[in-house]
Ligand binder design. Structure first.
Ligand SMILES: [Zn+2]
Length: 74
């Protein structure tokens, strides 16, 4: 297990405890099940964002990919 995975678990559990079991997606705002949870860099690493916990947020796996895929607007 990578250190990022450990941070993901830590952040997920922290948010779930603070919000009584609800972990909102940083991208769409919906609840994220742990199985779907990925870590999103609030400020992209390509723009100098750090890998520190303060720059990381939980999002859906699908939302995370959508945000980076630059899919054409339908
Ligand atoms: Zn989402």
């Amino acid at each position: 297990m990578s250190s990022l995975s450990l941070i993901r678990v830590k952040i997920y559990k922290t948010v779930a405890r603070q919000l009584h079991g609800v972990v909102p997606c940083w991208v769409c705002g919906g609840h994220v099940a742990f199985a779907d949870a990925t870590l999103e860099h609030i400020q992209p690493q390509s723009e100098g964002g750090s890998g520190h916990q303060d720059n990381l947020a939980i999002s859906h796996d699908a939302c995370n990919h959508q945000r980076h895929a630059k899919a054409p607007v339908v």
